[in-house]
Design a protein around this ligand. Structure first.
Ligand code: HPA
Length: 276
């Protein structure tokens, strides 16, 4: 089965079970899934109810779509995403983003937990993603181009929409929430980076590092979606403190940041919808 055939099969399966047209798609990263419990939920669909859909195996990731409203805005939320390090192909990893585009979502709002590389960042900071470095993971568009979605050689000069970034910056100001800005680099994981790798990534211009998001942003941009992303800096990256890194620490920090994060995401979505 080609990637496109698989996508269409999943899409038909979802459309047979869910009659809902989202405007905005939101992906909730590690420890940030609680946002979906607070919206006006219309329906949920577990990933394992979708034939051929990659299902998430990471602790702290729920593995379902939540359809509902943030204020008056119809949204589809991924409560838990799929990662490359789980063993899926990059095409599978980006299938959900493409699926949400086919359901009608025009905007993809990505979130994640990351390690802070920029020395001016602290654990618990939010970082608006201004650009990314994808060079350490396979490109999700490798293989026959899916012409139904987009062009063979898509432009990536503004993956994270300037217009959406401005809305998020203004929303953070309105809510009096501090937000950093910077470049996010995706590595495959699942091991955390070594201190030497972090020094290398800093030299290359990265401000935060994680194991997701960039591939989804590329696929969404290819498919013509507007994209924005906020990273929750869960820890300072390897070698920047004396502590070893643990998934539990990432989880704990994301939990602490969750209340502010929910406010920022919720209000940003409402303000983005007002752009029309
Ligand atoms: N590195 C990679 N991914 C991460 C980190 C990190 O330090 N923290 C949270 N996700």
């Amino acid at each position: 089965m080609t990637a496109y055939e698989k996508l269409m099969k999943c899409c038909e399966c979802v459309k047979a079970k869910v009659d809902f047209k989202p405007d905005i798609a939101l992906v909730l990263g590690s420890g940030l899934g609680a946002f979906a419990d607070e919206i006006e939920v219309v329906q949920t669909l577990d990933y394992n109810e979708i034939d051929g859909f990659p299902t998430s195996t990471v602790e702290g990731h729920r593995g379902r779509f939540v359809f509902g409203y943030v204020g008056k805005v119809p949204v589809v939320i991924m409560q838990g995403r799929v990662h490359y390090y789980e063993g899926y192909s990059m095409q599978d990893v980006v299938l959900p983003a493409r699926l949400m585009s086919l359901m009608g979502a025009k905007t993809l709002f990505l979130t994640n937990a990351s390690g802070g590389i920029n020395p001016s960042f602290s654990a618990g900071d939010f970082m608006l993603i201004t650009d990314h470095i994808s060079s350490f993971v396979p490109n999700p568009l490798i293989g026959a181009n899916i012409g139904e979605l987009g062009t063979r050689f898509p432009d990536m000069s503004e993956v994270y929409s300037k217009e959406l970034r401005n809305v998020i910056i203004n929303t953070a100001k309105e809510l009096d929430i501090k937000i950093q800005q910077g470049v996010y680099v995706q590595l495959t994981g699942p091991s955390f980076e070594s201190p030497a790798e972090i020094r290398m990534l800093r030299t290359l211009g990265a401000d935060a590092v994680g194991m997701s998001t960039v591939c989804e942003a590329i696929a969404a941009n290819h498919a013509g979606m507007k994209v924005c992303g906020i990273s929750c800096v869960a820890n300072l990256a390897a070698g920047m403190t004396n502590n070893p890194l643990t998934h539990a620490e990432v989880q704990e920090c994301a939990d602490k940041a969750a209340p502010l994060f929910k406010k920022l995401i919720g209000k940003s979505i409402e303000n983005i919808a007002e752009l029309g």
